[in-house]
Design a protein around this ligand. Structure first.
Ligand code: SF4
Ligand code: SF4
Length: 172
């Protein structure tokens, strides 16, 4: 009766030491060539994205500081992630058809595609340059009107370019 062959023994130590050697070599090279390093020391250093970058949303405001949004729902209808929720109401001004009493975006569901921005007929929503979205729990990522239009970084709000043809003075 023939015996089964002995199982082959694989030694992983050479591969482990080779990997450690490569890591040490790269680390020492990086320490001596910090200006050529491929990584940034975040958060002290931040990457400058292109002006076309689509980051956190901004609801623009009119000259009087009120929301530009007319609650037409086109952005919510076009959103592929179904993450925009708008509650519309009649405006006290009879010349304005309606406006949003609540406008919320679930930032955890958003895929930052920009469809909402493109769907809006009145330049009421834009994708801004901010990309740091942080929070301690899920509710921190539901952005309402105060976050979207009047968060401190917007310094009072970003004026729409449609008001009297003025260019936006966006400065976050
Ligand atoms: S960027 Fe895209 S996914 Fe995010 S709210 Fe706008 S349409 Fe929806
Ligand atoms: S942001 Fe623009 S598309 Fe969305 S509801 Fe307001 S006006 Fe309509």
């Amino acid at each position: 009766m023939s015996r089964l062959p002995e199982p082959k023994v694989n030694w992983y130590l050479p591969a482990i030491f080779t990997g450690l050697g490569i890591t040490m070599k790269k680390m020492l090279w990086n320490l001596g060539n910090r200006s050529k390093m491929q990584t940034l020391n975040y958060p002290e250093e931040k990457y400058d994205y292109s002006p076309r970058f689509k980051g956190t949303h901004i609801l623009t405001v009119k000259k009087d500081g009120s929301l530009r949004c007319t609650a037409c729902m086109l952005c919510a209808t076009n959103c592929p992630a179904d993450c925009i929720t708008i509650i519309a109401s009649e405006h006290p001004d009879p010349t304005v058809e309606k406006y949003p009493i609540s406008y919320e975006i679930d930032m955890l569901r958003c895929v930052f595609c920009g469809f909402c921005e493109e769907a809006c007929p009145v330049d009421a929503i834009r994708m801004g340059p901010e990309w740091q979205v942080a929070g301690k729990n899920g509710s921190n990522f539901i952005y309402g009107i105060q976050d979207l239009a009047y968060r401190p970084q917007l310094k009072g709000g970003i004026q729409t370019i449609l008001d009297d043809g003025e260019r936006s003075k966006a400065g976050i």
